[in-house]
Design a protein around this ligand. Sequence first.
Ligand SMILES: Cc1ncc(COP(=O)(O)O)c(C=O)c1O
Length: 394
Amino acid sequence: MKDKHFETMAIHAGGEEKKPDNALNDPIFMTSAFTFDSLEKADAAFAFETRDYVYTRGNNPTLRVLEERMAALEGGQGAVAFASGMAAISSVLLSLLKPGDEIVAHPMLYGSTQNFVKNILPRYGISSRLLNLADVSSLASALSDRTKVIYFETPVNPSLEIIDIRAICQIAGTRGIKVVVDNTFATPYFQRPLSLGADVVVHSATKYISGHGDVIAGIAVARDGDYVQELKFGYMCEFGGVMSPFTAWLLLRGLKTLALRMREHEQNALAVARYLNDHPRVKKVYYPGLPEFPGHGLAAAQMRGFGAMVSFEVDGSLAQSKQLVNSLKLFKLAVSLGDCESLVQHPFAMTHRDYTPAEVQEAGLSPGLVRLSIGLEHKEDLVADLELALAELN
Ligand SMILES: Cc1ncc(COP(=O)(O)O)c(C=O)c1O
C-alpha cells in the first residue's frame, strides 16, 4: 500500500486482514477484553508472538487499523492512538525525557503544550528552554549535552510561522537529539515531517483528521518501530490515555475525505486571506499562502499546500478586535479547528490566555490577534460575513 497515492492510502491502508462477514467498512470493536481458546494461545499473545488481542487499553482491531493507516499516511513505522492530542504530546515527551534532560521548544505553542513544557516537565526534573526556532542560525550553539528533545509546531498556532523542519533535524541528528513535530495544522496531506528527518509526529486528531468536530483524539507516528512499541506499551498503556474504538472508527471515516477536505479548506482560506489582506481595516494577515508572508518560501518548499488557518490583526484597538469577533455570524466563536464549520477565536482571550504579557511579547504577537479556522462553507459567504463585521467596526 505504501506505493499508492495519498488519497488511496487514506481509504485503504491498514487493516488489510479480511473483515468479519465481508463487511466493506471496518466494524467498531466495542469490547474491553478478547477471549482465548487456551492458555497457550493467551501466552503467545502476551509474549507478542501473535497479533492476537488481549485488552483494548493495549490493542484493539479498530485502533490497529487507524494506527496502521496513520503510519502509512505519515510515512512512519507505526503509530499510537491516544485519547486526546495532549495525551499523545505528554506521553511522547515523557517517553523521550528523563530527570536531568532538557527540552528546547519554540516560544509559541498551543496553550496546554506550552504549560506542559514550561511548567509541568520541570516538576519532574526536566528543564525546558524556549528558543525562537524560526531562526535556526543560533540553534546549534544554543544546544547543550542535556538537550534531548526539540519540539515545535509548524505552521505554528496561532502565528502561522513556518519552521524549517529539515534544517532543525540536521542540527539535532548529529547530536542524537530527537525532533518532535506537531503536524496538526498541516496534516500529512500537506506536510510529512518524518520524510524531512523528524523522529516523531504528533497530532490533535480532534482537528482535520476527524474533520467533523465530533471527537477528542490524538495520534503519534514515529520513524522507529521499536520506539512505537515502547510508546504504546510503556507509556500509552500505563498512563492509560487510550482512544475509544468508536473514536477510531470516526477518525477512519474522516480520513477517507481528508485530501478532498484539505484541498477545499485551502481554497477557501486563500480567498479569505486575500480579501483580508486588501482590507483597509486590517493591519496584518498571517497566512503562509500569501507570497508576502515571511514563511511563504519555506512553506512552499516543505509543504505541498498552505493549510486553512488564517490569523489577522485589526487596524484598531484590542476592544475593536473583540468587537469584530463578537459580530461575526457564520464564523462560530469556538476553540478547536479543522471542522466543516468556520470558527473564530481570540487566542489571547481563549486558547493562549495563560501566556503572561512577557511571553506574549517574546512570541512577538499582538494580543488583538484574531484566528480563523476556515471551514467548508462557500468562500463568498465567508468573505461576506467578514465584510459585514469589519464594516460595523466603530
Ligand atoms: C496545534 C495543537 N496541538 C495540540 C492540541 C491539543 O489537542 P487535544 O485538544 O486533542 O488534546 C491542540 C488543540 O487545540 C492544537 O491546536
